[in-house]
Design a protein around this ligand. Structure first.
Ligand SMILES: Nc1ncnc2c1ncn2[C@@H]1O[C@H](COP(=O)(O)OP(=O)(O)OP(=O)(O)O)[C@@H](O)[C@H]1O
Length: 623
């Protein structure tokens, strides 16, 4: 059974259904092996019966030797089949995992974008591991033996109906015990899982923010908070173990009672001349064989329940993630315009929009500066522009085509993004710049680094482009991370490059490189969107979108917007092109913007003096 990996771009739900369907054939094979194995399990009782009834009565040593040889052969074959069944189940588990893991990895990436703060409740890859481990363990084999119980009962019935009745009553009791055990452990298991997930999330947060925790001596308090969830998870695990051991002990005792009861009943039937002593021994063994799968099912019930719950969680999650929309085949890479039409954006997991009523259109060669006070929605807007967050209303179009009509490959090649929090991944500088694309050439990586003005800086590292950046880029300084993040954003000359506060960690040299890079991208016919707090970041921009309280306040050429926002004394207030079809800027009370965020003036966070100076410089330079 060759394990093959799924195409990770497919819908996770589709991939899940495929993986489940893919289990059918191998499980049918394992059932076939189980079937032969269970027939072979009758070897022991038959051997015993023949020894008692034939060999002992005839006192024939050759018959005994022949019987022993045959039994040995059959047991060897049985052993081979058991081994084969175990190996097959291991491969079933691995194949299921391989088919789902890539799409569940992608689903994990999308969780925060879809569920927002509730994303931590899901850990599909951990759930997949639970299912895989169950499939690879002895649990499924025990379950596959269950359908054979009636056949053993049939054999007992053929020997004597009373034996079958007794076995049936015992099996019924064991099944009831198993159902009660499952019902009781189910909620304990769910609670244990929830506590474990929340404890793990906090642990990850602590690891990520260890500097702040250490600097402010938050360790003890964080430990108390983590400990609460941890103790909870552990006590759930203890409850579960307690329940399992009680049920296990009761079922074991019941089985022993049944075994002895069966012997007693057999002895009574022998005394009554209704059965031979060989038959009595054989029936006792058959009963043991008939009850073994039930016993095992009880033993494996907790892991089976955990695997079933994990399986259902993965199923629910994959079906709740948005499906990829139909893409138009052969859509070329965009090269002309970016149009935003009356969009509203709600953060993932939130019902209310924090940005609404934003419209603008920019063309190849434009650089748009997005300005406004903290919390006015700049990052929210650019997250929607790059497709990380979806829009609740309105449209974002590249060259007049909806963004969703482009294939993921085309979008990946057409969009570059430098987020506000620079997120580098554990790998080398070259790998990070190349976005971990295996097929990226060294030339493309160096070109991107040159464009971002970071090539010389990279060469100063002892290992140059092969320098490992560490987890989250921790071996680099903030400014170095930002400049490498810029190189990653411009890698492959994407049509749209979105930079969220790209100069927040840069020195003057870095800012100069940034502005030169923006100028070069404009000349190359790319579109650059820059979110800015510091005026120097929008030096190379030719258009400005001013946001206020989640609404577009002004949009137009930089000269006009800056003149409108910062009129000089005595200078006529020349209004910029007004958005929303000529309507006045919307009142500063958009949907659900938290109170207080609209209180500050539109560009209060920008340094007004520097901004005025810049407006004058731009006017002189006529940018
Ligand atoms: N993931 C989120 N979930 C819920 N609300 C969010 C989320 N991200 C942002 N917000 C809210 O949306 C509003 C806009 O936030 P955004 O980050 O877009 O502002 P910003 O203009 O980029 O601010 P800054 O200049 O400080 O970076 C804020 O009120 C913020 O509280």
């Amino acid at each position: 059974m060759a394990a093959h990996t799924s195409k990770p771009t497919e819908n996770p739900h589709l991939q899940f259904s495929k993986a489940v369907r893919g289990l059918r054939a191998p499980l049918a094979g394992v059932s076939g092996v189980s079937c032969i194995g269970n027939v072979l399990m009758l070897t022991g009782p038959l051997f015993m019966m023949l020894v008692y009834n034939k060999v002992l009565t005839s006192k024939s040593v050759p018959t005994l030797v022949a019987l022993c040889a045959l039994t040995l052969l059959l047991y060897c074959f049985y052993g081979f089949l058991e081994g084969l069944r175990g190996k097959l189940m291991a491969r079933v588990g691995i194949t299921f995992d391989h088919r789902l893991a890539p799409s569940l990895f992608l689903a994990t990436l999308r969780l925060p974008l879809h569920f927002g703060p509730h994303a931590r409740q899901h850990d599909p890859l951990q759930d997949l591991a639970t299912v895989r481990n169950f499939l690879m363990g002895p649990g499924p084999s025990a379950l596959l033996d269950l359908p054979w119980i009636p056949i053993y009962f049939g054999v007992l019935y053929a020997v004597h109906p009373l034996l079958a009745a007794m076995a049936l009553a015992g099996a019924g009791l064991l099944v009831l015990l198993s159902i009660a055990s499952q019902a009781l452990t189910k909620s304990t298991l769910r609670n244990a899982n929830q506590s474990a997930v929340s404890t793990f999330s906090l642990l990850m947060d602590v690891r990520r923010n260890s500097e702040a925790a250490a600097a402010m001596s938050m360790g003890d308090d964080l430990c108390k908070r983590w400990g609460g969830g941890y103790v909870n998870a552990i006590s759930h695990a203890r409850d579960q173990a307690d329940q399992a051991s009680v049920f296990g002990a009761v079922s074991k005792a019941l089985r022993l009672v049944l075994q002895s009861g069966m012997l007693a009943l057999g002895a009574y039937l022998v005394i009554d001349s209704n059965m031979s002593p060989g038959g009595m021994m054989a029936c006792s063994i058959i009963l043991g064989r008939a009850l073994a799968p039930i016993d095992q099912a009880i033993a494996y019930a907790p892991s089976a329940t955990a695997a079933w719950q994990a399986f259902k969680r993965v199923k629910t999650l994959t079906s709740s993630l948005p499906k990829a929309q139909a893409q138009q085949h052969g859509m070329p890479r965009p090269s002309k315009t970016l149009s935003v039409r009356d969009i509203a954006i709600a953060p993932p997991g939130c019902a209310a929009a924090t940005v609404a009523g934003v419209s603008f259109e920019i063309e190849a060669g434009d650089a748009l500066g997005v300005i406004g006070p903290s919390g006015c929605g700049k990052s929210t807007l650019v997250r929607a522009l790059v497709g990380a967050w979806s829009t609740a209303r309105g449209e974002i179009r590249f060259d007049n085509a909806m963004i969703s009509h482009y294939s993921p490959e085309t979008l990946a090649a057409s969009i570059g993004h430098l987020p506000q929090t620079i997120e580098l991944f554990d790998g080398t500088i070259a790998e990070n710049i190349a976005r971990f694309r295996k097929e990226a050439s060294t030339k493309d990586v160096v070109d991107a680094a040159r464009l971002a003005g970071v090539h010389e800086m990279i060469l100063t590292f002892p290992k140059g482009y092969d320098t490992p950046v560490g987890e989250g880029g921790m071996t680099l300084s903030g400014g170095q991370r930002q400049r490498i993040g810029l190189a990653r954003a411009v890698f492959g000359n994407p049509f749209l490059v979105v930079l969220d506060e790209p100069n927040s960690n840069l020195d003057p040299l870095g800012e100069q490189s940034l502005n030169e890079a923006i100028q070069r991208m404009r000349q190359a016919g790319q579109i650059v969107v820059i979110v800015a707090h510091r005026p120097s970041a929008i030096f190379a921009a030719n258009k400005i979108l001013s946001l206020r309280s989640g609404r577009a306040e002004m949009f137009g050429s930089k000269k006009h917007v800056l003149a409108a926002l910062f009129p000089r004394a005595g200078q006529p207030h020349k209004p910029a092109e007004v958005v929303n079809g000529g309507a006045a800027p919307a009142p500063a009370q958009p949907a659900s913007v938290p109170a207080g965020s609209g209180a500050s003036p539109a560009v209060a966070s920008l340094d007004l003096t520097r901004m005025r100076k810049m407006a004058a410089t731009q006017k002189a330079a006529n940018v």
